[in-house]
Design a protein around this ligand. Structure first.
Ligand SMILES: [Fe+2]
Length: 475
């Protein structure tokens, strides 16, 4: 039997061979490349199951490599190799199309879980290609709904745990909280946190930009040093505690005090650092799971689009039109993120609409139209049970409301309709108008713009419609 092959891209030969050996232990073949250029050449040489890539590399960054691979083959899964210190980078990579990440220290179990997931998704994709009948698509969708349920449970239990520990949201909050709490514990001491530079392996003084040598003993625990501060021989004590995340030094807490800290204070600080490290591990895991859940939802949306060949890519186009309109508005980054997700998933509720109604080319009866009109509520109900999707839920529920109150499901009017829903309504209608249907040809851009102009204040928010028209006419 031919082995499935995995491509490993990392400029560090040690990491290449460690991951390669672990993957081979699991019965897969491996090829390795020291940088993105070599990786792209190797990809031409044969089919690969997936790619593991580092981010910081010479010649071409991992993010560039991900974009280039996705431009050639959108279905090839890419897993990012990262340290715990760079969860944000891993998430950026996932936004570029990476499907997961793995962090040091690498464990064979972790790699096995990732590769099983890749194999499962590959076979789903192949099944999707082989069969196109509606029944089969329903099975696929059921399977995805099942995966979503599993992830929901994982996320809920992690969320409970992490909520109880500390309410920290990111590495920066974590460092601030560690310094604040330590200062409270120690009154008069001077407390500084030095992160460890991943590039040089040295501690970094973020105020002065200077690098300090990292003491290798930090791996074993905290260190106490005695200093003489000036010519009067005033003694100072410096105690350095490592912050270990997943068994690696992430940085060090440096405390300068007039006297030794004593056992009680030392153990309090150690407890704070341990709990913070646990919290960061949970945050990293939670963010990874959140992105997994999002990619499952997006696959669902893609499969839904594929159910009807006349609306394929609809969700993608509505998302890009919504973001084009958003560029002309004063939205916060959080609102933009919410809009992006809600637009990608706006028709997710069509999962619950039978094919004989959804795919009917024309002439829906009143009863059939009433069934179609349920899809915003079904979509909102799917997302309602997922805590990270709460904001998107109401946006999706109201994407078919009309500004004049004659839409559905609730007949909300004007400002009663969530602002982001009003944006999606414009993008959704514009795409529907300009797409061909079996029973009619799509409008030209100019015709659709005229139609939107005509329906300002009726179907559409007039102020948003104006901006949308400007954005579409002068891209
Ligand atoms: Fe819709």
């Amino acid at each position: 039997m031919m082995h499935e092959k995995v491509l490993i891209v990392d400029d560090d030969p040690g990491i290449r061979s460690t991951i390669s050996e672990l993957i081979q232990e699991l019965g897969f073949g491996t090829e390795t490349a020291p940088d993105g250029l070599d990786a792209l050449e190797m990809l031409d040489s044969g089919p690969f199951l997936c790619v593991f890539t580092d981010i910081m590399m010479p010649n071409m960054t991992g993010l560039e490599l991900i974009r280039k691979i996705k431009a050639r083959d959108v279905s090839l899964p890419i897993i990012v190799i990262t340290g715990y210190a760079s969860v944000e980078i891993a998430i950026d990579a996932m936004k570029c199309g990476a499907s997961d990440f793995i962090s040091k220290p690498f464990k064979v179990k972790q790699i096995e879980i990732l590769l099983n997931k890749v194999m499962r998704e590959k076979s789903l994709l192949e099944e999707n290609r082989r069969f196109s009948d509606a029944l089969h698509l329903h099975r696929l969708i059921d399977n995805l709904v099942g995966q979503l349920e599993d992830k929901k449970e994982e996320i809920l239990s992690l969320k409970e745990i992490s909520d109880r520990i500390i309410r920290l949201k990111g590495i920066r909050d974590l460092v601030g909280a560690i310094v604040d709490v330590s200062t409270q514990i120690l009154d008069e001491a001077q407390v500084t946190f030095f992160p460890l530079s991943r590039k040089t392996g040295r501690l970094l003084d973020t105020d002065s930009g200077k690098e300090l040598s990292a003491d290798p003993d930090l791996l074993l625990g905290h260190i106490v040093r005695k200093h003489h501060a000036n010519s009067h021989l005033v003694e100072r004590f410096e105690t350095v505690f490592p912050l270990m995340i997943e068994g690696q030094v992430f940085g060090a807490l440096d405390i300068v005090s007039h006297s030794l800290l004593g056992d009680e204070k030392e153990s309090k600080i150690q407890y704070l650092l341990n709990r913070s490290a646990e919290r960061m591990e949970n945050v990293a895991l939670y963010e990874g799971l959140y992105d997994n859940m999002l990619s499952t939802l997006k696959s669902m949306a893609k499969i839904l689009d594929a159910r009807d060949p006349h609306t394929s890519q609809h969700s993608t186009r509505v998302t890009s039109l919504s973001m084009t309109l958003a560029d002309g508005l004063l939205l916060t980054q959080e609102e933009r993120d919410t809009l992006y997700i809600a637009a990608s998933l706006h028709d997710i509720g069509k999962v619950g609409i039978p094919d004989n109604i959804l795919l009917k080319p024309s002439g829906l009866t009143d009863e059939e139209f009433a069934v179609i009109k349920k899809h915003p509520d079904i979509g909102a109900d799917i997302l309602k049970s997922l805590p990270p999707m709460i904001r998107e839920t109401e946006i999706i529920r109201h994407h078919h409301e009309r500004y004049d109150g004659r839409g559905y499901p609730l007949g909300l009017k004007a400002e009663e309709i969530p602002y982001l829903s009003r944006i999606i309504t414009l993008a959704d209608s514009f795409d529907a108008m300009t797409s061909d249907r079996p029973y009619r040809k799509g409008m030209t851009t100019d015709e659709a713009i005229q139609e939107i102009d005509r329906c300002k204040g009726g179907q559409f928010d007039p102020a948003l419609a104006e901006i949308f028209i400007q954005k579409i006419s002068h891209p």
